[in-house]
Design a binder for this molecule. Structure first.
Ligand SMILES: Nc1ncnc2c1ncn2[C@@H]1O[C@H](COP(=O)(O)OP(=O)(O)O)[C@@H](O)[C@H]1O
Ligand SMILES: [Mg+2]
Length: 410
């Protein structure tokens, strides 16, 4: 399964320089786990980190200027860390599958002379075949839209300019578009294409229950969208394409939601699918429109995880909102099971500040964001805190340590 083993974000809002997991440099750090959770007090930078992933995804889907101006981002000047005039940098250290050589993607975004955001530089690099250690070499290197690309599966930049005969020169016409967006569509660059496809597949959940209560009539849709407003369409798709399997999925989901004894579907005359939640206490079922926010939300998350072709990387912000506290442990364990199960399992990245959710986690899975004295975020892995490791080994759940402030120790 594909795994982001590490990320580094620089100069993005409060994230002046944060590193999580393993990167191409500083290789002694352990990689991120398939289920990674970031905790922190208000203002620590959780939403910012979540949005950093969203921002990179938007840069690819749209362009860097549009991404800067989207939603609550408010433009490049507001995105760049205060007191800093360097480019915003992202680094993603990623492995397509076990045994594959990791790929590093570096992206820097800055302003041009007229004050518009542009891609300053972009690099994709990898170690040579058979090399487990040492420096990775670029197979894409762009600076202000001009640079070199090495095609095929193996070619990489050579040590010296004279030896470096395998590259092609590239010049992009639009500095607002990512190079991987353009080059990733070309057959001769399969590595870039795969990375682009991976990035394109990221799922950032901006689920809000009211959206999921709608009854869109557009027909079956394969995947849940980020707001969840096509929940009914996905149900329709699952019902049609995976009938038997879907019944089993509904059964499994129902068993995880307290107060729900079974979930059925009902097809209306105009072929829409209604979700019917049966509560043991009442004879008549409830429909999605009448269900509590929390129930709908858990249903949507579990359905997302049961997707036969799940997104490779799923980010969820504060899944606890609106949920009964005892459900949180179940949800955390479901997340882990799905993230570590099958070959096509998605990697899950979750932010939270709910101790009950954290109780179900292992120290390696948890990263603690905090606001440093200089106002910028700092991050630490819970397993790197000696006291936390010891207390967890003694049987104390991690969430209780978070609750009683042990996790701020560092
Ligand atoms: N451009 C910026 N430079 C530095 N800090 C910023 C910038 N923009 C926002 N911040 C700070 O980033 C912090 C992070 O907030 P946020 O990510 O929403 O935290 P959380 O989601 O953990 O509550 C806020 O305290 C805010 O003051
Ligand atoms: Mg937040």
């Amino acid at each position: 399964m594909a795994l982001i083993e590490g990320v580094r974000v620089r100069n993005y809002r409060a994230l002046r320089d944060v590193m999580l997991g393993k990167l191409s440099t500083g290789s002694s750090a352990a990689p991120l786990t398939p289920f990674t959770v970031v905790i922190g007090k208000n203002g620590a930078g959780k939403s910012t980190l979540f949005d950093a992933f969203g921002f990179v995804a938007d840069c690819l889907s749209f362009d860097v200027e549009t991404a800067c101006d989207m939603k609550q981002r408010g433009g490049f000047e507001r995105l760049r860390s205060l007191g800093c005039d360097e480019a915003i940098h992202f680094e993603i250290y990623y492995r397509e599958g076990q045994g594959e050589r990791p790929i590093t993607y570096e992206l820097a975004i800055t302003l041009d002379e007229s004050g518009r955001p542009i891609v300053e530089s972009e690099v994709l690099k990898q170690r040579r075949k058979g090399q487990k250690h040492g420096r990775p070499h670029p197979f894409l290197r762009l600076n202000h839209g001009v640079g070199r690309v090495w095609s095929g599966e193996e070619a990489l930049e050579a040590e010296t300019a004279e030896e470096d005969t395998a590259h092609h020169l590239v010049e992009l016409t639009d500095l607002r578009q990512l190079g991987i967006a353009t080059l990733g569509t070309l057959k001769e660059h399969p590595r870039i294409k795969r990375f682009r496809d991976f990035l394109k597949g990221w799922y950032l959940s901006y689920f809000y229950p009211d959206a999921a209560r709608g009854l869109p009539s557009a027909g079956p849709q394969k995947h849940l969208n980020s707001h969840g407003d096509n929940l009914a369409n996905v149900v329709q798709f699952m019902e049609r394409e995976h009938g038997d399997r879907f019944q089993a999925i509904l059964h499994r989901i129902a068993s995880k939601i307290p107060g729900v004894s079974s979930i059925n579907t009902q097809v209306t005359q105009d072929k829409r699918v209604l979700l019917q939640f049966n509560d043991g206490a009442f004879q008549d079922p409830f429909f999605a429109q009448q269900m509590s926010d929390g129930t709908l939300k858990v249903f949507a998350y579990l359905l997302l995880l049961e997707d036969p072709e799940p997104p490779p990387f799923i980010c969820i912000e504060e899944p606890e909102n609106g949920l009964y506290h005892k459900l949180l442990g179940t949800l955390a364990r479901e997340f882990r099971t799905h993230a570590t199960g099958k070959k096509s399992a998605p990697q899950l990245f979750v932010t939270t500040h709910q101790p009950y959710f954290v109780d179900a986690l292992a120290p390696e899975e948890v990263w603690i964001l905090a606001k440093g004295e200089d106002g910028y975020s700092t991050v630490q892995r819970a397993s790197d805190l000696e006291i936390v490791k010891n207390l967890v080994a003694e049987g104390l759940p991690l969430g209780s340590l978070w609750y009683s402030d042990y996790l701020d120790a560092g």
